[in-house]
Design a protein around this ligand. Structure first.
Ligand SMILES: Cc1cc2nc3c(=O)[nH]c(=O)nc-3n(C[C@H](O)[C@H](O)[C@H](O)COP(=O)(O)OP(=O)(O)OC[C@H]3O[C@@H](n4cnc5c(N)ncnc54)[C@H](O)[C@@H]3O)c2cc1C
Length: 315
């Protein structure tokens, strides 16, 4: 069976999505690019989602210098093992790694794919999801970056063996050093891309102070908070919480959009949510076209009322 590489960045949802996608293409090998010890710390998680082999491409240089050494290590491993396809996360770093590997190996590359078939046909959704494109890498193997929240991660426990890979980094890849890594303090709320429930507020929320109505409803449901671009551009909520074409793509079980009109660019980041609830005082708002449940009303009345009812039913 063909071997398919998945570049695993950690025990996170996107890695599990890629492992799930790769299982339909061949025998899955996870590739861990990091400092010594990284692969061992996530091996059980990778095996849980079907990785039969884990290549531990580990060297201090991979964390010490920006991106290029990781691309060197991956390109060397692809040359040595000739996998049938390589899946890389569609993150900023992942896209740069894939681009560099493509140049090093004179191989085509496709970014932001949402699906990949065994014959190498990749799916991309463009123009805010309005157009679906099917493409194939015309030179070399399918080397693709996978967009978060494209696949539902499903466990398929396997027994994984770890294979250490010797890493050699060219001097020309050591040009930018990482001086400091600051891990942003995580609040109590779940991560936006990984949350089962997302409650988002739009321009209709009106101000940064009034976003507390969104936060309170989100906390009641154990949800992440999101925002439309109009809300983030207006300074109501930080940009990193923006959902949509130029923000984060989410696909939770439940997405609550309050005071959001439903512009195509916003929909592009949330329309695959399993259940969509919209609260908007304009019954003609386009968000109602894709909502499973729509409430026409003032969000400052509807959300507290819904919250009260939820508390009552929980007893
Ligand atoms: C290239 C490009 C990329 C973009 N990327 C993104 C993106 O990633 N994400 C994104 O969100 N947008 C994006 N946009 C912007 C997008 O086109 C819209 O402008 C934006 O989504 C509108 O945000 P909104 O729905 O919060 O605001 P509005 O469109 O102004 O809608 C506000 C809504 O709130 C309702 N409302 C007002 N008061 C209340 C109340 N008290 N109770 C209930 N409802 C109320 C109104 O009826 C209205 O429907 C992008 C645009 C471009 C051109």
């Amino acid at each position: 069976m063909a071997e398919v590489f998945v570049v695993a960045t950690g025990a996170n949802k996107l890695t599990y999505e890629m492992l799930t996608l790769a299982r339909g293409l061949g025998e899955v090998s996870a590739v861990v690019l990091g400092a010594p010890g990284t692969a061992a710390s996530i091996a059980d998680n990778l095996a849980e989602y079907g990785a039969a082999k884990i290549y531990a491409a580990e060297d201090e240089a991979l964390d010490k210098y920006l991106v290029a050494p990781k691309a060197d290590a991956l390109a060397a491993l692809v040359t040595a093992k000739s996998p049938a396809a390589v899946l890389v996360p569609s993150t900023q770093e992942g896209k740069e790694i894939a681009g560099r590997v493509a140049v090093a190996l004179d191989n085509g590359v496709l970014t932001d794919v949402t699906g990949l078939e065994a014959d190498g046909t990749a799916t991309q959704e463009i123009f805010a999801g309005a157009t679906v494109v099917k493409s194939k890498v015309a030179k070399g193997i399918p080397l693709v970056t996978v967009k978060p929240n494209s696949v539902t991660p499903e466990p398929a426990p396997a027994t994984a063996t770890i294979e250490a890979v010797e890493v050699s980094v060219a001097d020309s890849s050591k040009l930018v050093t990482v001086e400091e890594t600051v891990v942003e303090p995580k609040g109590d709320r779940p991560d936006l891309t990984e949350a089962n429930i997302v409650v988002s507020g739009g321009r209709g929320v009106g101000s940064a102070e009034q976003f507390s109505v969104i936060e309170e409803f989100a906390d009641l449901l154990g949800a992440a908070v999101g925002a439309s671009r109009a809300a983030t551009d207006s300074g109501f909520y930080p940009h990193k919480f923006q959902v949509g074409q130029t923000g984060t793509t989410v696909s939770p079980q439940l997405y609550v959009a309050a005071g959001i009109s439903g512009a195509i660019q916003h929909r592009a980041g949330m329309q695959t949510s399993k259940t969509i609830v919209a609260v908007n005082k304009d019954e003609g708002a386009p968000i109602f076209e894709i909502a499973d449940y729509g409430v026409v009303g003032d969000l400052f009345t509807v959300l507290p009322q819904a919250g009260e009812e939820i508390r009552k039913r929980r007893g």
